[in-house]
Design a protein around this ligand. Structure first.
Ligand SMILES: Nc1ncnc2c1ncn2[C@@H]1O[C@H](COP(=O)(O)OP(=O)(O)O)[C@@H](O)[C@H]1O
Ligand SMILES: [Mg+2]
Length: 258
């Protein structure tokens, strides 16, 4: 995969929150079609890094390149305009809206003609499209008319994932998208990620589910105290070794290398 051009590259990214150094110089390249696992202990900096890559968090230092050109992701909207979609840890769903409304959140479609100019939404078209979008995923939820508030935690998570993969055209970032899911739904989301990547759309997946990470990821980045401490091929490195990087044991042994 190294021969193609990265979709997104990060160089020397740091992020300070007062005295806390959440990121201490992160370099990263994400290539088309790959599933990249991002693992690490709580507080390692995973969500902060995804925030930077998704435009939600402004880095203190460092730069980003999108398809070989320098970019500033000044907001999540700027990232979305480039085709970068994100499943945030808090899901970012509007609880009062139905499923279809959540799938079109921030992308509402106006009715044609005068009504549209008056601000009327094309509800029918969005509902029909929402059904297509969900059918295109492995996620089965029932009616797209149900309000998000009426869904289980797992179903909400599934909606956030479906929204990201159905709108993302260049990169999908996922911050623990399977944390609230049961075993079967976790497996479906895993298969969906594999499907999505096989169309060329890369996925960066934060997860604590190491067997799943090992199963579906092409490589696994381990964050330790604000740095990417290791970039591992899960075919060559077992879960025990990944854990040794997560806990810092391997970081210390390799201190002379990195
Ligand atoms: N908005 C914030 N304000 C202050 N500190 C923060 C903020 N966001 C994250 N941090 C700190 O940055 C570090 C990395 O956090 P985070 O990126 O959430 O880690 P992870 O997702 O790997 O658990 C932690 O020490 C956390 O407390
Ligand atoms: Mg986090």
């Amino acid at each position: 995969m190294e021969q193609s051009r990265p979709v997104l590259s990060a160089r020397g990214i740091t992020k300070h929150y007062g005295h806390v150094q959440a990121l201490r110089g992160v370099d990263l390249d994400i290539y088309p079609g790959e599933v990249v696992g991002l693992v690490g202990d709580n507080g390692a900096g995973k969500s902060t890094l995804v925030g930077v890559l998704s435009g939600a968090t402004t880095p203190t230092h460092g730069r980003l390149e999108f398809e070989g050109r320098p970019v500033e992701l000044s907001s999540p909207l700027a990232a979305r305009d480039l085709g970068i979609e994100t499943v945030y840890q808090d899901l970012a769903l509007a609880m009062d809206l139905p499923i279809w409304g959540n799938l079109f959140l921030g992308r509402e479609r106006l009715a044609k003609g005068l009504l549209g100019r008056l601000g009327w939404l094309d509800r029918k078209a969005m509902i029909a499209d929402a059904e297509d979008k969900l059918a295109g995923t492995r996620i089965r939820i029932g009616s797209t008319l149900s309000r998000a508030a009426a869904l289980s935690g797992g179903q909400r998570q599934a909606i956030a994932v479906a929204r990201a993969v159905s709108w993302g055209s260049k990169l999908v970032l996922m911050d623990e998208p399977t944390a609230a899911l049961g075993v079967e739904q976790q497996q479906r989301v895993g298969e969906l990620i594999t499907d999505v990547a096989s169309t060329g759309l890369p996925v960066l997946l934060i997860s604590h589910n190491l067997p799943q990470v090992q199963d579906i990821c092409d490589r696994v980045l381990v964050m330790y105290r604000g740095r990417i401490a290791a970039d591992l091929n899960p075919r060559e490195h077992g879960i025990e070794e990944i854990i040794r990087w997560i806990t810092g044991a391997a970081v210390k042994e390799n201190a002379d290398v990195r």
